[in-house]
Design a protein around this ligand. Structure first.
Ligand code: FAD
Length: 465
């Protein structure tokens, strides 16, 4: 079928029946011809509102124009200057509610596929030789706690500004959620490793298996190790639970534990890898955000015959990226909308046997602005299940704040930090990403890391004057 100008150039994808059983990337990426065609769809508006829709204000028409005229090096430079993680954001950003939602083409047709073009340019860039070197010009050294997108971007920007930077990471490999949460079939680890390789070439040092607040305190980073400033990018990795009966049964996981066992600890290679994960035939995942979608699709790849989402609101209220939702449907995931879990049932041997639920209807909007789910009396029913995975949200881990005097948090446990600079209540301690906002997105974390790097530079420069 010929591709019409009104339509987005579709992303080539691997066939659903095949990809649902392996961990290889689902999206195959644009060809040169796809990219050239899609770039031509951009109207190059006088007032490019798409740029306002991007949390880091990428000059979108400029990079797309560079693609259209075949200037790939120019496109890559424009992109990377605004967004230091383009190959990652091109794959995982919720473009449909950001830049593409604002695209002028949306009013009459489909938006320009800005995310697919971003990915195309960034993937081209990865085929080129690395053009960065370490250039440390300042004597002050900076510590970054956490190696998720906020920490990586903050470290990269500080290195670019001439600082010696060390990232301290609690886990045994850097990347944060990009490594332990988002699965290989959406974000290949080779891409993350390439980005981390750039930081290494710029002189950024990574120290893994160090928990700040336990192995070392934050204050020791200043007093003992001589850092001049610290950036906290520790994320929001503490899972929430429902508090319903049966939540402690064998076979119940938090999505973070489930995904970490598989993505980081390679449980899919057990017993060659040390960490097991038991995935039964019927897996229910509670929640409908990106984490839930990753968990349910991962369970299929781990051998589940039936994989289900259970969500107390409706499809419209779902938080996951639209693309992941469509891919999940194609792969055979079932959806129980307007369904509230009441109890995890015991199979008689201490393992999960089912999930007792009740049907809901939607009422007036609640504090979150979304329609409030209201139970329908007498609508209880049981979904037979071998595993229940909870993906209902996360909060920041309190370990660091509990061991650091003077580090203010708000009532949800997030760090209090200045929106523009990331400065916390503690002198020369900055923060950004999910640790400040609560669970959010990669691009927001990256943007916060970038702003904090500039603020750290300004704070140090003003002390020297
Ligand atoms: P994180 O990525 O959480 O990284 C924090 C790092 O700090 C971790 O490596 C942690 O081990 C380390 N750390 C924590 N405490 C300490 C300590 N005391 N000492 C040392 N190190 C510490 N967003 C999107 O935009 N698109 C998506 O498609 C998407 N999918 C997602 C899928 C899943 C499964 C999950 C969980 C999240 C997803 N998100 C997505 C959200 C996104 O990944 C996060 O918003 C983002 O990673 C936050 O970045 P961060 O730098 O704040 O923290």
């Amino acid at each position: 079928m010929p591709i019409k100008r009104a339509e987005k150039t579709p992303m080539p994808v691997r066939e659903a029946g095949q990809r649902a059983h392996d961990f290889q990337e689902v999206n195959a990426g644009y060809s040169e011809q796809h990219a050239a065609f899609e770039a031509e769809r951009c109207l190059r508006c006088q007032d490019p509102v798409c740029v306002d829709g991007c949390p880091v204000n990428i000059p979108i028409p400029e990079f797309i124009h560079a693609v259209a005229i075949g200037d790939m090096a120019g496109a890559a430079k424009i992109l990377r200057t605004a967004n230091p993680l383009p190959a990652i954001c091109g794959r995982v950003c919720p473009q449909e509610s950001q830049c593409e939602a604002e695209c002028s083409m949306t009013k009459r047709f489909n938006p320009v596929a800005i995310g697919h073009l971003e990915r195309y340019v960034a993937d081209w860039e990865r085929t080129q030789p690395l053009a960065v070197t370490a250039n440390i010009t300042h004597r002050e050294k900076i510590a970054v706690i956490g190696s998720g997108p906020s920490g990586l971007v903050c470290a990269g920007e500080l290195a670019r500004l001439g600082y010696a930077v060390t990232i301290y990471e609690a886990l045994h490999a850097p990347g944060g959620v990009l490594r332990y949460g988002i699965p290989e079939f959406r974000l290949p680890k080779a891409i993350l490793d390439w980005e981390i390789g750039i930081l290494k070439a710029m002189g950024v040092e990574s120290v893994v298996n160090v928990i700040i607040g336990k192995t070392l305190t934050l204050d020791q980073l200043f007093a003992k190790l001589g850092y001049a400033a610290v950036f906290i990018g520790t994320g929001a990795g503490l899972p929430q639970f429902l508090g319903i009966p049966g939540e402690n049964l064998n076979g119940v996981y938090s999505a973070n534990e489930f995904l970490t066992r598989i993505n980081l600890m390679r449980a899919y290679q057990f017993p060659e890898a040390d960490t097991p994960v038991r995935v039964g035939k019927r897996v229910t995942v509670i929640g409908a955000g990106n984490t839930a979608m990753d968990a349910v699709r991962t369970s299929l790849r781990m051998g589940a015959e039936e994989a289900m989402i259970v969500y107390r609101r409706g499809e419209k209220e779902m938080g996951a990226r639209v693309e992941e939702y469509h891919h999940a449907i194609e792969e055979g995931v079932q959806f129980h909308w307007l369904t509230n879990p009441l109890e995890v049932l015991d199979d008689g041997s201490g393992w999960v046997g089912g999930l007792k639920c009740q049907k809901m209807q939607l009422g007036e909007p609640d504090a979150s602005g979304r329609a409030r789910p209201i139970p329908i009396p007498g609508s209880e029913f049981v979904i037979p299940a071998d595993n229940v995975i909870l993906a209902i949200g996360t909060t920041p881990n309190p370990l660091l704040t509990r061991t650091t005097a003077g580090l203010a948090t708000n009532k949800t446990g997030c760090l209090v930090a200045d929106e523009r600079t990331g400065l916390t209540s503690k002198s020369l301690v900055f923060a950004g990403g999910d640790a400040v906002t609560g669970a959010a997105t990669v691009i927001l974390a990256a943007g916060a890391g970038k702003r904090a790097a500039v603020a750290i530079h300004e704070a140090l420069a003003s002390r020297i004057k």
